[in-house]
Each structure stands twice: as structure tokens, then as C-alpha cells.
Design a protein around this ligand. Sequence first.
Ligand SMILES: C[S@@+](CC[C@H](N)C(=O)[O-])C[C@H]1O[C@@H](n2cnc3c(N)ncnc32)[C@H](O)[C@@H]1O
Length: 357
Amino acid sequence: MIACPRHLQRHVVLLLWLQYVSLLGWVVPPTASLSSVPLPPRPVLRTLTLVDGHAPPPAGIGLDILARAQELQALPEELTSAELEDELEILYPTLYQYFEFFSGAQDSTLDEDAAATIRIRSTSFGCGKLGHQVWPSSLALSMYLVHKFAANPSMPNVLELGAGCGLPSIVCDCVLKATSVTATDFWYTDADATFDKDRLIPTFWHGINLQYNLNQGQSDNDNNKRAVAKRLDWHDPTSLQACMMDIPTTTENDLVVIGSDLIYYPMDLDPLWETLMSLLSEYGATQIVLVCPMVQETREALPAFLERAESNAQGENALYTLQRQPLTLYKYQDDLEVRQNGDCFVALTLTNTKQPT
Ligand SMILES: C[S@@+](CC[C@H](N)C(=O)[O-])C[C@H]1O[C@@H](n2cnc3c(N)ncnc32)[C@H](O)[C@@H]1O
């Protein structure tokens, strides 16, 4: 096999770097494991509030708060110790963010003292197109899931589509205690012959970063529980089949599919729709929960997707019933709202008509 210049370049950079650090007498930590040592509390950088509806700013906030989250500041020494955790950090600029999630306004069903701190590593926008940052939609989806599922003793199996950095999957694993979590995304592998620049393309490394982020739930895991990253391309039904083979669904009511900010280009509309419908009809998904940002200028296919979701929910033989919930996410820094009108989203819940809820 002939190595492509992209990979040659990657390996040359890696070799040079390893030579450099070994000259300095440094030891490169072997794997991408997260520290299990409890960290001291960090200062709150931002607070996030998810409200029902597209409400006007602050005066409207109060009664209809669905979930809250805080973004925490990293401790400087922690950033230093996290350096060079794996090859990805040598090759790409990376950023760490820390979050905690709570449900509701005051009477939180999650114990505030016991809230899991979730650490997300993202890579730069430039090296991964749209997938590898914590986008506002993934925060909104994470908070919406906390609102929807926090009262349940545990969440069933979860499959995330187009997971990017995987924040909602990690919330399902670490906060909502899902039975299993499979976070999927599409990335090119060395075997891919064509490289279609029109698609949203995270590179091979982003599958590695997704698994790295998912690994933090591992200390929590017992033998039956796992959070894994898998490659799933909506354009390739066999990749869906391969992912589903490994999900331990055994009873009714035990697969929830989630996704945030998935709909951009018309070319992805049919393949994504087919994937969702076969998850309902062939694989018995109980619910599909999607969060879409209401920024239609950059999401060309979103109006058609919303229309299709509405029209297919009609009629006696519909595969699903549809709940459509408007949401607004407000961000505060030092008690000041960061953006005046908040970010607006719509959450779609498709509930399988063939499964009891
Ligand atoms: C804007 S990003 C959203 C990422 C993440 N859900 C979030 O909200 O932060 C869109 C995601 O869809 C994924 N995606 C695009 N085309 C895809 C395809 N054909 N199959 C699977 N995932 C795809 C991208 O790789 C990317 O992770």
C-alpha cells in the first residue's frame, strides 16, 4: 500500500517530536487515560440555563428552567499534566473544557454535591471541519436529556449519531447512568479511496479523540457497562448494521437514539432520514431525541428535515409520534448574559409507535 503524503507528514512530525522530547529526557505518558485522582473544585467560568420556549431574555427566566449547567475553569497545573497524553495532542492543538449538569431550577433531582465533572477535549476547528468542538447544540441536547431522564433510576442503552466530541453521550454515561453508550461519527480511514471535501469530515484522529473523551466514564463502569466510539456513516447502511450488532439491547424500551446539530447539507438528508427510520423500524429504538439549532442560513437542509419529520408523523401507520419543543440556551459570565437573546433550538422527540413508553 502506498502511504499518502498526509500520513507521511503526520508520521514525520511525530518522529521529530518524539526525538525532541527524548533528547530532553522527557517520558511520554503511554495512553490516553484520564486521571482518577479527585481534583479540587474549580471556579465557575460560565453558567448555562436551558429554558422552555423561545422566551425573551432574563426577565422571562424563572419558572420554566429545564436544566442548568456550569462550565468550569481548568486549573493551570492540570493543563500542564494533561499535555502529551497521546499522539493527537502532539499533532493538533487541543482544548479542555469542564462541565457540570443539574436538572430543573431549584428542586434539582441530581445531587449538586455529587454532580460528575465532565472533561471534554476538543481539537481545533481547522483540522476537523465541524465535528470537533463543543457546539451549543450539544450543550442544549445534554441539558435537555438531563431534564428528560434525570428522574429515571437509569437510562437505557444510548446511541449517539454524529457525536463530535461526545458530550451528550458522556452525560448519558456519567450523569444519567445509561446501561451502555455508543457514540458514533463518521471519519475517513486509511482504506477510504475517495476524499469528498463536501462532506463534514472529521479525520481519523477524531474517532480516537471521541473514545478518549468517553474513557472518563470507565472508572464508573462495571462489566456490563461501556461507552464506546464507533464509526457510523449515514450513507453506508452496513456501518449501521455493524454498530447495532454490538449494542446489548435485550428487552423492549431499551434504546434511545440522540443527536445534535446533524442537519446541514441536502446530500445528507435522505441518508440521515433512512438511518433514523431503520433505527425505529428494524432496530426497535424507543425514542429518538434530536436538537437542532434554529440558524437556518447555515443549515440548508434543516427546513426540509423539519417538514419531513412533521409530515411523516401523520396518519394511522406512522412509525412514530412527534413532540416538538422550542428551547433557549442562555449563557452567563460573571452574572452577565453573554449573548442578548440566547441561542434558540428545537428539540424533536420521535417516539416509536410500536414500543410501549
Ligand atoms: C456540527 S457537527 C455536530 C457535532 C455534535 N453533535 C455537536 O453538536 O457538537 C455535525 C456532525 O455530524 C457528523 N456527520 C456529518 N456527516 C455524517 C455522516 N454522513 N455520517 C455520520 N456522521 C456525519 C459530523 O462528522 C459531525 O460530527
